[in-house]
Design a protein around this ligand. Structure first.
Ligand SMILES: [Zn+2]
Length: 296
């Protein structure tokens, strides 16, 4: 199962309906907790997910709305007796803040710290790219390797059936039948997470080919001035990012508390998003990854 559990959608100031940021990406039995802001522990209860489902935590940067939930979540993991290692990724320059947050959490979690100071792969399939904010910030991207999809008619024509299908997939060849003769290429799924940033090349790289792009949309287009000043995206810029990358689905989040009605932001993003389906994230939403594209 692959889905994103939205734990919070507020930027700097939470509102009565929007908790601070927080997202749990469930991906084939692994849980990646992204930017746990204040209140994440309780939002997880509301969302029906548990601390034991978290295997990895990624912080984009160390502003409070993206990390103040860390001690609570770690303490809850300790309380629940989480036995598996938990990997924590964050920008290297946030080391002091991260260590302070970890220091006040209850001990007992096998926590492994992984600071990063440049673009690259930080775990299998998990990549970071620098963003452009007021402190060192990185976005994340999870990339499934490309694979192949079997075509049942071709398998039947080649007389391959039962356990032989698995053997052929594993070995690439079965007698005179080659894998490429009975299958078609399948692009791996991609999830991208672009938080606090002004438009920048790193955001564009993350958005490239994303099946699901989660992008901050702190401001509406008419508030482009504060967006520029504080280095955030407007809804229209988030849409343009999705269009430039050919993203299939754009999920807007990290909203300023000044907006009660988010529909105008969705409209603004939709106007620039090209073919991407645009959705406004709401607290406790569960957003599935769209089914893989049929190969051409
Ligand atoms: Zn923020």
């Amino acid at each position: 199962m692959r889905e994103l559990v939205v734990l919070g959608t507020a930027s700097q100031v939470p509102t009565r309906t929007r908790n601070h940021n927080g997202y749990l990406l469930l991906w084939d039995g692994e849980g990646l907790l992204l930017d746990p802001g204040e209140g994440t522990q309780r939002q997880m209860i509301h969302a029906g997910v548990s601390a034991t489902q978290v295997h990895r935590i990624g912080l984009t940067h160390v502003h409070g709305d993206h990390c103040y939930g860390l001690p609570g979540v770690l303490s809850r993991m300790a309380l629940d007796g989480v036995a598996h290692p938990v990997h924590l990724h964050y920008p290297a320059s946030g080391e002091d803040v991260v260590r302070a947050l970890v220091a006040v959490a209850s001990p007992g979690v096998d926590l492994r710290l992984h600071p990063h100071g440049g673009p690259g792969e930080v775990a299998p399939g998990l990549e970071v790219r620098p963003l452009l904010h007021r402190v060192e910030t990185y976005g994340y991207r999870l990339v499934e390797p490309d694979g192949r999809t079997m075509v049942p008619e071709r398998l039947a024509a080649a007389g391959v059936r039962g356990p032989d299908v698995g053997r052929l997939a594993r070995d690439g060849r079965l007698g005179g039948v080659r894998l490429e003769d009975v299958s078609v290429p399948r692009r791996g799924q991609r999830f991208a997470f672009v938080m606090d940033t002004a438009p920048c090349p790193g955001a564009e790289e993350l958005a490239e080919g994303a099946d699901l792009l989660v992008a901050e949309s702190t401001f509406a287009d008419e508030d482009a001035e504060p967006a520029r000043e504080y280095r955030h995206l407007t809804a229209g810029q988030a849409g343009a990012l999705a269009a430039a990358g050919g993203a299939r689905r754009l999920l807007l989040t990290h909203f300023s508390s000044r907006y009660t009605d988010l529909e105008p932001l969705r409209e603004q993003a939709r106007a620039t998003a090209g073919g991407a389906v645009v959705t406004v994230a709401r607290d406790l939403d569960r957003v599935g990854l769209p089914p893989r594209c049929r190969p051409a």
